[in-house]
Design a protein around this ligand. Structure first.
Ligand code: BGC
Length: 766
């Protein structure tokens, strides 16, 4: 029966294909696609349509169905064509098994789309996204997404729930590890690169997968940094800060969006028509589909926005959520809602059209098993090519925070021979934590540890003692009780090896499971007894290199004050230890720059470089006067500003020039600056351009990133870097609720971080 229907629709399609076989234009391709989708839709029952909008989780095992606690028989639903997508089914054998059920048993045999959280790698794990953002290297970031897609696709997956493009200025929020940091300009560039990496130029290619921009919207602005918490932000913040990276992914032709758990200004995002229909589908003309976040439709009831799950389903579909992930609201209630006249079938048709279109674009109708090739899985997963890309990304993600000389001698890079090195810290010998939080496709304990990486340099002597555990017991469900806050029994032997060492490397920080979803913290100090250990070791040997590993900015004032060398390594994934060793030994000169401000104190949060001026930005003439914008107990400046990061070499900026100092709204200005490598190593620098719109119809940030370029310079070499300032860069969402450039004065800085001092200015005139 099913085959007849498919044949029927193929016949309709064939004629349209023939007609346009010579016409390769985008338009005719789209037309054919629309015809294919429409002809399939026309033979679907209402129930089957709703089935396409239903996504189930399946911890699938080749030998059997998912062991879920729900009473729903998911296998029966697959057989009846009542499931459009699955998540968390991985591996060729398992994916083939579920696909086979729908293809062979359901009436129409519409293939499933198989989703998975390929957040920073699938089996071979790349650095956490916040770390990748620290590279400011769009090519490497795109490549990282590309190899992740290739590896996931080889394992049967064809849809990733990434990139997460939520801007956040609150390091208490555990999910900052999954985003690109605090800035919408950098965030937009990275979001675009990641979508292009996952999806490639041709989605039907067997190495590419559909991307999913999430979480729409404002999930990164929860009150007090508390997970899933209320978000209240005004339109200027929404449009100027939160939305740009989302919009950038629509420009990159992202195929799907995920909505969010949070409410925004009183309306849960999953039920928000303004976000999903007005902005995304109408203003931005997004043609893909929107999937709910996990259970976020049923959570409308918990928010107190829907009376029950049926009402939740009604609100969600009306607002534009096309697919229900694990809320059972659509599968249980949509048919009834349509029959009662509460939901128009046209809304269902629109959602299903969007879903089927992505399935066609992936090529699943041509071959539902195209991602299910066991040989390819064997060849691709964990391949050399993927490990090489991940290693490259990991090196580029490392940020050198401090490298001061002791007795005229900098500790970094390390001497390659004749050194007695003490390595201390439980995270130094940890092969798991470095995989970070989102590594559900990876095997546990598969990262190269720092100790393993260091031991590859054989001409130094290494001794290792952990000193103290970071966490005690099983770590996946991290709770504060798992942090070692008392056991210092290992301190003594660590101190002993430190006494005898020429240099001490201490690897400290957060465990991989201490950041991520549901892992908000109120205290951002290095957790547990680790800081005490650092202080004790410092008493016996000051030549310490602190290697930090963490999923978010931490408060490390004491370390900044005392420790001569500090290296931020985040959680770098499978190749972590190799990347860290190569940077410490100078085989790669660190080039990362912070994508998020590091506070001095958690009380400064939210802290970000592009803050507003306020009415009282500077000290009053009498410094004792209290009435200006500051803290009285802590220096208000950040510990490390956005865009900051050192190199083993140094760079000088000069000759900042503009080709004009006055432009009209539609004109451009060419900016140039000369950068010279003035140190003793070849190296890379991220040249950053910031602009200040001095006075606006709405108050404007003190500065905003509007351009950057990562360059490589040999020792002594100079290069002139060019930027163009145009309408796109100068506009903002003004008091007229429009994107406009306003007339007036602008300041411009170029340098190696957001505190750049090389400055010029220009005017936009009538
Ligand atoms: C997260 C999403 C994720 C989904 C599926 C949710 O808890 O918020 O980002 O894609 O689970 O795993």
């Amino acid at each position: 029966m099913k085959k007849i229907y498919i044949l029927l629709s193929l016949l309709i399609l064939f004629s349209s294909c023939k007609n346009s076989s010579k016409n390769n234009s985008e338009k005719s391709k789209n037309l054919i696609l629309t015809q294919k989708v429409d002809s399939l839709l026309s033979i679907m029952t209402l129930k089957e349509k709703i089935g396409q909008m239903n996504q189930y989780n399946g911890s699938w095992d080749v030998t059997g169905p998912p062991k879920d606690s729900t009473s729903i028989n998911k296998v029966a639903h697959l057989e009846q064509g009542l499931v459009g997508a699955m998540l968390n089914v991985k591996g060729v054998k398992n994916v083939r098994a579920v696909q086979k059920i729908v293809v062979e048993k359901s009436r129409l045999g519409i293939p499933l789309i198989i989703g998975f959280d390929v957040i920073h790698g699938y089996k071979t794990i790349s650095p956490i996204p916040l770390a990748e953002a620290a590279s400011w290297d769009l090519k490497a970031i795109k490549k990282s997404a590309e190899v992740a897609a290739k590896e996931a696709a080889a394992s049967g997956i064809n849809w990733t729930f990434a990139p997460m493009v939520d801007i956040s200025r609150d390091a208490r929020w555990g999910r900052v590890m999954e985003g690109a940091g605090e800035d919408p300009f950098l965030g937009s560039k990275i979001a675009y690169a990641r979508v292009k990496g996952f999806q490639g130029e041709d989605l039907s290619n067997v190495n590419t997968i559909a991307a999913c921009t999430k979480h729409f919207a404002a999930y990164g602005f929860p009150e007090a940094g508390k997970e899933y918490n209320t978000v209240s932000v005004g339109m200027p913040t929404l449009y100027n800060i939160i939305l740009p990276p989302f919009k950038a992914t629509v420009k990159a032709d992202v195929k799907t969006f995920m909505n969010a758990f949070n409410e925004l200004n009183g309306i849960p995002a999953t039920a928000d028509t303004f976000l999903q229909r007005d902005i995304l589908k109408n203003d931005w003309n997004f043609k893909g589909f929107v999937v709910s976040d996990w259970g976020s439709i049923m959570e409308l009831e918990h928010h107190g926005y829907a009376t029950d799950n049926k009402h939740a389903g009604e609100l969600a579909i009306k607002a534009g959520s096309d697919m229900d992930m694990e809320s059972y609201a659509y599968i249980d209630h949509l048919e009834e809602l349509v029959k009662e006249g509460k939901v128009k079938e046209a809304l269902i048709d629109d959602a299903v059209r969007r879903i089927l279109t992505v399935k066609y674009e992936l090529g699943l109708f041509d071959n539902p098993y195209k991602y299910c090739d066991l040989d390819r899985e064997k060849q691709v997963v964990n391949s050399k090519e993927i490990n090489a890309a991940v290693l490259d990304m990991a090196k580029k993600s490392i940020v050198l925070l401090k490298n001061e000389a002791i007795n005229n001698q900098k500790l970094l890079p390390l001497k390659k021979e004749g050194q007695n090195i003490a390595v201390i810290g439980a995270l130094a010998n940890d092969k798991d934590s470095m995989l970070g939080n989102w590594r559900i496709g990876a095997d546990n304990n598969t990262a190269v540890s720092v100790l393993e990486g260091l031991k590859k340099y054989k001409d130094n002597t290494i001794t290792y003692k952990k000193g103290a555990d970071v966490v005690i017991g099983k770590t996946f469900f991290y709770y504060d009780t798992k942090i070692n806050k008392t056991d210092k029994s290992g301190f003594k032997e660590a101190i002993e090896i430190a006494k005898k060492a020429d240099v001490v490397i201490m690897v400290l920080g957060e465990h991989g499971f201490q950041s991520g979803e549901g892992r908000s913290r109120t205290n951002l100090d290095i957790p547990g007894v680790q800081l005490d250990l650092l202080k004790e070791v410092y008493k016996v040997n000051k030549k310490i290199i602190l290697v930090l590993t963490n999923g978010r900015p931490l408060t490390i004032n004491w370390s900044e004050e005392h420790i001569p060398a500090i290296v931020e390594t985040w959680q770098l994934g499978t190749q972590a230890g190799n990347a860290i060793a190569q940077v410490l030994y100078g085989d790669y000169n660190p080039s990362g720059k912070l994508p998020m401000t590091f506070p001095r104190h958690v009380g400064q949060i939210p802290i970000y470089y592009s803050h507003k001026k306020t009415g009282r930005p500077t000290p009053l003439p009498d410094p004792a006067m209290v009435f200006w914008s500051k803290y009285t107990d802590v220096d208000s400046s950040p510990l490390y500003p956005f865009g900051y990061g050192l190199s083993y070499t140094s760079f000088e900026y000069k000759n900042l020039k503009l080709n004009k100092t006055k432009i009209s709204i539609n004109e451009e200005i060419n900016v140039s600056v000369e950068v010279t490598n003035t140190g003793n190593f070849d190296g890379e620098e991220v040249v950053q351009l910031y602009i200040q719109d001095v006075c606006g119809s709405l108050t404007r940030p003190v500065k905003e990133l509007k351009g950057f370029e990562k360059i490589h310079l040999k020792i002594g070499a100079s290069k002139t870097i060019y930027f163009t300032i145009d309408f796109e860069l100068l506009q903002f969402y003004t008091a007229n609720n429009k994107w406009e450039v306003e007339l007036g004065d602008f300041n411009l800085w170029i340098g190696g971080n957001s505190n750049a001092t090389l400055k010029t200015s220009f005017k936009v005139v009538k």
